[in-house]
Design a protein around this ligand. Structure first.
Ligand code: KG4
Ligand code: ZN
Length: 365
């Protein structure tokens, strides 16, 4: 019998509190019935980064509001829902616990099944939610908290080809903006400045290109930028508008070149799987960068692979992706008990070595 499932999803692993309702009839495209996101940017703006305790408290205060709004927007009651999906990690543990406790409360009160979702699986399955992409596909996650290449074989089976060993690219953009006195979040500010600058004036390192594999590193790039900035300031007493634009352009070009080369390597590994219709998908806030998007499109074209990027609201943290990933798990027969654990680290690919480094989201999964 063809089954229609409606899942409520909750997300609270970093600085966005979110709830969403997603419905899918077996064999058909999924539908987002509602997707509510309450960001916390203002709460953290004075501190130059996400403060875990403030984030956890704000999640605990906002989660029930988000659930009520998601139900109202979808014109539904809890009795219309088939299961409750929640991000159970990886992320800032206080926030993850807030979400898991809220979901457990709803599950205990209603008797609805509870499904713990890996946040990274949420991002990685988004191209299926938006475009119904078939497995296997190659996924590049690039945000303020994540950076990894994954082959998605099924909703429960991912191979990590490589990832950052220190900062995520979005973090590098944010730190660069801070070093140059630009507004946060740094990605859009640095991109806007880079458009006015000369990418050839400063040559920053392309980290790890001299080593085989798909691992990346961005912390040295930020340090190189800081040194160059300090040198200009020591020589000229300050930065001109053009200096700043050229620094941004040089930084962005280094990120673009590094991602281009590592993506070539990741696609070559992915193509060894012999996919019928090769697809490369990107997700995460950094996917908004037009220079990065353009180079990824070009690299995919070199290999004859189709390139796809979800709409920006679904690239960044949201609960629709959690509801959808939960729906896929639930359809496959999985569910969790009230002993579901919140996990600060939870690698998608259990067979890959743990990633080092610590970023906006704490330890990398
Ligand atoms: O996915 P996201 O909303 O949150 C997580 O990090 O989980 O990504 C936010 C990150 C920030 O670091 C922001 O600076 C970066 O994405 N970002 C960009 C651009 N827009 C946002 N980075 C580069 N260029 C952009 N246009
Ligand atoms: Zn995320």
């Amino acid at each position: 019998m063809v089954q229609t499932l409606t899942v409520l999803g909750l997300e609270s692993s970093c600085d966005d509190t979110a709830a969403a309702i997603v419905r899918q009839t077996e064999g058909a495209q999924a539908e987002i019935l509602s997707s509510i996101v309450h960001g916390q940017t203002e709460l953290h703006s004075a501190f130059g980064g996400v403060v875990p305790e403030i984030a956890a408290r704000a999640h605990a205060e906002k989660l029930d509001v988000c659930v009520v709004q998601a139900l109202e927007k979808a014109d539904m009651a809890l009795s219309d829902i088939d299961a409750i999906a929640v991000t159970a990690g990886p992320g800032l543990i206080g926030g993850v616990i807030s979400g898991v406790m809220c979901a457990k409360g709803l599950s205990a009160a209603t008797g609805l099944p509870l499904i713990g979702v890996n946040h990274l699986a949420g991002h990685a399955l988004t191209p299926r939610l938006t475009d119904g992409i078939a497995f296997p596909y190659l996924m590049l996650l690039v945000s303020g908290g994540h950076c990894q290449y994954l082959i998605a074989h099924s909703s429960e089976d991912f191979t990590r080809l490589g990832g950052t060993i220190d900062d995520a690219p979005g973090e590098a953009f944010d730190k660069t903006a801070r070093l140059l006195g630009l507004l946060q979040p740094g990605g859009p500010s640095v991109e806007a400045e880079a458009k006015l600058g000369d990418p050839k004036r400063f040559r920053f390192p392309r980290p790890l290109l001299d080593r085989p594999g798909c691992d990346l590193s961005f912390s040295g790039l930020k340090t190189a930028l800081m040194r160059t900035r300090d040198q200009i300031v020591a020589e000229k007493g300050g930065l001109t508008r053009q200096d700043r634009a050229d620094l941004c352009a040089g930084f962005q070009q280094a990120v673009v070149d590094t991602l281009a080369e590592k993506t070539r390597r990741a696609i070559a590994l992915y193509l060894q799987q012999d996919p019928d219709d090769p697809v490369v998908a990107v997700a995460g806030g950094v996917a908004a960068n037009s220079a990065i998007r353009t180079v990824l499109e070009t690299v995919c074209a070199e290999f004859g692979a189709h390139f796809t990027a979800p709409p920006l609201a679904l690239c960044t943290d949201n609960a629709a992706m959690i509801a959808y990933a939960g729906l896929e798990r639930f359809r496959g027969g999985a569910s969790d008990g009230l002993d579901l654990m919140a996990r600060p680290r939870w690698p998608l690919d259990q067979s890959s070595p743990a990633m080092l480094g610590s970023g906006k989201k704490g330890a990398k999964a």
